[in-house]
Design a protein around this ligand. Structure first.
Ligand SMILES: [Ca+2]
Ligand SMILES: [Ca+2]
Ligand SMILES: [Ca+2]
Length: 115
């Protein structure tokens, strides 16, 4: 799967950054993401994982990701890409917009599933 900025960050968070494809994920990791175990990541599954990753990264639970919270997962360039209005925090809307772009970029054949 082609990794977008936040997909890579979310996988890193989940400890699965080394797997290149969904099928390379270990069983436990895959179970956590691929809820119906069909070896593909549907948009619903992706959204659930994306939501989980946001909650995990948002340590102070204020609904936005500050630079400190994102730093373990994103470098400054990546952070600035996601922070579209340049206010030095990633809002949930900015996060979701980037995740959606990442999904579309990764879903090369446009079937709504990542493999
Ligand atoms: Ca699935
Ligand atoms: Ca926060
Ligand atoms: Ca922002």
């Amino acid at each position: 799967m082609t990794r977008g900025i936040l997909i890579a960050a979310a996988l890193m968070l989940a400890g699965v950054a080394t797997a290149e494809t969904v099928s390379e994920l270990h069983e436990n990791e895959l179970n956590a993401i691929d809820k119906n175990n069909d070896g593909f990541l549907s948009r619903d599954e992706f959204n659930a994982f994306s939501d989980y990753a946001f909650q995990e990264m948002d340590e102070d639970k204020n609904g936005t990701l500050g630079l400190d919270e994102a730093k373990p997962f994103l470098d400054i360039k990546q952070f600035q890409n996601v922070d579209r209005n340049n206010d030095n925090s990633i809002s949930r809307a900015e996060y979701d917009a980037q995740m959606s772009d990442d999904f579309n970029a990764a879903d090369k054949n446009g079937n709504g599933q990542l493999d």
